[in-house]
Design a protein around this ligand. Structure first.
Ligand code: PEP
Ligand code: MG
Length: 579
C-alpha cells in the first residue's frame, strides 16, 4: 500500500512500525465503583505515582543533574499535600469517581498557579499539569510508551511528532519518522532534518491503515512516500534507493569542511541554523561559516522550568567559543505558533500563529526577555562574535522597544560590574508581509536582516505552514514570495544593511541560483544540509544564475516557476554529464 505525503527529511528508512500515541485520558465513560473503592483507587494510584516518579528522579539525576531531578521530587511533595488529597476525597464523597475528583482538584490548583504574578510560582502550574496527566494515566491503566526502549530499525509513526518528542528518541535505532500532520517547515520536520533522520509528513489518514506495531514499512523521505508491507520487488527497489542515498551522502563528504565557493571561484558565506550545542558541534565539524540562526526556544522545551540567566549564558558562550572570528546570531525567544513551551504556561489560542508569540510575548514579558538579553550580552563579551536577532517583527516600534530593554539590560550589567558586549549588533528577521513593506524603515534601526522564508511564505500566502491540506499553497516559489525576497535584498543593499536568509528554502538546491542572482549576502541552513548546499553553489556561475532568475521572475505561478527551474536543472545535469 503506497501513501504520498510531504518529503520532510531526505533519506530512505526500512523497518518495523512503532506507533507513538499521546495516551487517551478521557474518563467520561468510567463506571463508579462506590465511595470506598474510589478512595482506595486514588490511594493506590498515588502510591504508584510516587514509585514512578522516584525512578525518574534517579534517571534525571544521572542524565540532567540534581536541578532537573528536584523538579520531579517537587511533584511528589505536591501530591502528598494533605489539603490536596482531602479535597479529592471530599469530591469522591460527593459522588465523583477518582479520576474526576483528581482532575477537578489539580485543575483548580493549576489555574491558581497560572494566575499568580511571580514567574517561578507560575511555572508550578506546568508541574501540576504534568502530575495530573501521569496520575490520570495510572488511574485509567493506560500504558506509557517507553520511547527509550525502541528496537533497532524502527519507523516511528504518529499523528504528530513534536520536536520535543523527536529529541527524546534514541535516533540510532530509528530508521525514519512518519506523521499524519505537519509540513516541510513545521518544527518536527526541521528537527528531523537537523538530526539527519529521514521523515515523511502530511500523510492524512495513514493511521487508519497502521493500527498495530510491527508492520514492515518503507519511508522515503526524499520522495515523500510511505509503503506498508511491500512486496519483494518493491523492497529491492527501495533498498537500492537507500544504497544510492547512502552513496550520495558519502560523496558529499568531500564538501565537508572546505571553503564555500561558486563556479566563478567567488567565496560565498554559508552558515548554520542550530537549536543547541549538539547541532553547533555538527555545524562546526561541517565547516559552517558561523551560526546564522540559533533557535533559542529549543533550550526552553522539554522541561518544567525556564532556563535562568547563568544557564543561558553558559550555552551561548559555549556556542560562541566554537566559532571564533565568525558570527553567531542568537535569535531571541520565538515561542508560540507550533512551538508551545509548557514551562511558560501560555494560554491556548484560537489562532496561535497570529497570536501572542515571539517578539510580542517578549515585549509583554520583559522579565523573561531581560534574562535572555542579559545572558546574550554577557556571552557577547566572551568572544565578541555574538549578534542578536528579533523574530516576527511587524513594526518599527517593536524594534525600538526591544532596543530600549536591551539598553536597560546593558545598564544593569554595567552597574553590577559584569562584562558585556556594549556594541552588540541587533538584527531583524523579515518574515511577515508587514516587515517586507516597511523594510526601508526597519533598515534605520537594524544592523542586519535575515529572511525567514518559512513564516514569510505562510503569512504572505495565508497558508498554515504545518497544515497538510494547504501545504502545497505554502510555496516559497510563489511569485509573491520571490518578489518579497527580492524586495528585501534590494532594500538591504540600498541601506547598506547586510541580508541573510535562514528559512528552510535555503537548503533547496533549486533556490540556490535564484538567491545568488538576487545578491543575497549569506545563507544559513540546517547542519545536515551544509555539504549539499556547498556542492550546489560550487556548480553555479553568476551569469547562468542570473539568466535563470530572469526567466523565473517572469513566470506567473509557483508551478510555472518550478517547471522553469526543473527544466534548467535537467539541462544543467545533462551538460555536466556530457562534459
Ligand atoms: C522562518 O520562519 O523562516 C525561520 C527561519 O524561523 P522558524 O522556522 O523558527 O519560524
Ligand atoms: Mg519564523
Amino acid at each position: 500500500m503506497l501513501f504520498k505525503g510531504v518529503a520532510a527529511s531526505p533519506g530512505v528508512g526500512l523497518g518495523r512500525v512503532v506507533i507513538y500515541k499521546e495516551p487517551d485520558l478521557n474518563y467520561r465513560n468510567q463506571p463508579h465503583s462506590g465511595q470506598d473503592n474510589e478512595k482506595a483507587r486514588l490511594k493506590q494510584a498515588i502510591e504508584k505515582f510516587k514509585i514512578e516518579i522516584s525512578k525518574l528522579v534517579e534517571e534525571a539525576e544521572a542524565k540532567a543533574g540534581p536541578q532537573q531531578a528536584a523538579i520531579l521530587t517537587g511533584q511528589i511533595t505536591m501530591l502528598t499535600d494533605p489539603f490536596m488529597i482531602s479535597q479529592m476525597e471530599e469530591l469522591i464523597e460527593k459522588g465523583l469517581i477518582a479520576e474526576a475528583a483528581m482532575d477537578e482538584v489539580t485543575q483548580s490548583f493549576q489555574e491558581m498557579f497560572e494566575n499568580v504574578e511571580d514567574e517561578k510560582m507560575r511555572q508550578r502550574a506546568t508541574d501540576i499539569g504534568d502530575l495530573r496527566k501521569r496520575l490520570l494515566r495510572i488511574l485509567l491503566g493506560v500504558e506509557q510508551l517507553d520511547l527509550t526502549a525502541i528496537e533497532p530499525d524502527s519507523i516511528v509513526v504518529a499523528i504528530d511528532l513534536p520536536a520535543s518528542v523527536i529529541t527524546a528518541l534514541p535516533l540510532d535505532r530509528v530508521q525514519a519518522l512518519v506523521t499524519e500532520i505537519g509540513g516541510y517547515t513545521s518544527h518536527g520536520s526541521i528537527m528531523a532534518r537537523a538530526l539527519g533522520v529521514p521523515a515523511v509528513t502530511s500523510l492524512t489518514g495513514l493511521m487508519d491503515s497502521v493500527k498495530q506495531d510491527g508492520l514492515f514499512m518503507i519511508a522515503d523521505g526524499s520522495a515523500g512516500e510511505v509503503i506498508i508491507d511491500p512486496d519483494e520487488q518493491t523492497l529491492a527497489r527501495y533498498r537500492q534507493r537507500q544504497h544510492e542515498w547512502q552513496n550520495d551522502q558519502a560523496s558529499l563528504k568531500v564538501f565537508i569542511d572546505r571553503q564555500t565557493v561558486d563556479a566563478d571561484g567567488v567565496k560565498r558565506t554559508l552558515e548554520a541554523n542550530i537549536g543547541g550545542m549538539a547541532e553547533a558541534k555538527i555545524a562546526q565539524a561541517a565547516g559552517a561559516d558561523g551560526v546564522g540562526l540559533f533557535r533559542t526556544e529549543f533550550l526552553f522545551l522539554n522541561r518544567n522550568s525556564l532556563p535562568g540567566e547563568e544557564e543561558q549564558f553558559r550555552v551561548y558562550s559555549e556556542v560562541a567559543s566554537l566559532f571564533p572570528n565568525r558570527e553567531v546570531i542568537i535569535r531571541t525567544l520565538d515561542v508560540g505558533g507550533d512551538k508551545p513551551v509548557p514551562a511558560l504556561g501560555l494560554p491556548k489560542e484560537e489562532n496561535p500563529f497570529l497570536g501572542y508569540r515571539a517578539i510580542r510575548y517578549c515585549l509583554d514579558q520583559p522579565e523573561v526577555f531581560s534574562i535572555q538579553l542579559r545572558a546574550i550580552l554577557r556571552a557577547g563579551a566572551t568572544h565578541g562574535n555574538i549578534k542578536i536577532m528579533l523574530p516576527l517583527v511587524t513594526s518599527l516600534e517593536e524594534v525600538i522597544a526591544a532596543k530600549k530593554i536591551l539598553d536597560q539590560c546593558a545598564g544593569s550589567l554595567a552597574s553590577d560590574g559584569r562584562p558585556y558586549d556594549a556594541s552588540i549588533k541587533l538584527g531583524v528577521m523579515i518574515e511577515t508581509p508587514a516587515a517586507v513593506q516597511i523594510v526601508d524603515l526597519l533598515a534605520t534601526e537594524a544592523d542586519f536582516f535575515s529572511i525567514g522564508t518559512n513564516d514569510l511564505a505562510q503569512y504572505t500566502l495565508a497558508a498554515d505552514r504545518g497544515n497538510p491540506k494547504v501545504g502545497a499553497l505554502c510555496s516559497p516559489f510563489h511569485p509573491a514570495v520571490l518578489r518579497s525576497i527580492q524586495t528585501i535584498i534590494k532594500a538591504g543593499q540600498k541601506a547598506s544593511v547586510p541580508v541573510g536568509l535562514c528559512g528552510e528554502v535555503g537548503s533547496n538546491p533549486q533556490m540556490i541560483p535564484i538567491l545568488m542572482a538576487f545578491g543575497l549576502d549569506k545563507i544559513s541552513v540546517s547542519p545536515s544540509s551544509l555539504a549539499m548546499v556547498r556542492r550546489e553553489l560550487s556548480t553555479w556561475r553568476l551569469v547562468d544564475a542570473r539568466e535563470l532568475t530572469e526567466q523565473v521572475m517572469s513566470q506567473t505561478s509557483a508551478n510555472a516557476v518550478k517547471q522553469c527551474i526543473n527544466a534548467a536543472f535537467e539541462r544543467k545535469s545533462l551538460n555536466l554529464n556530457l562534459a
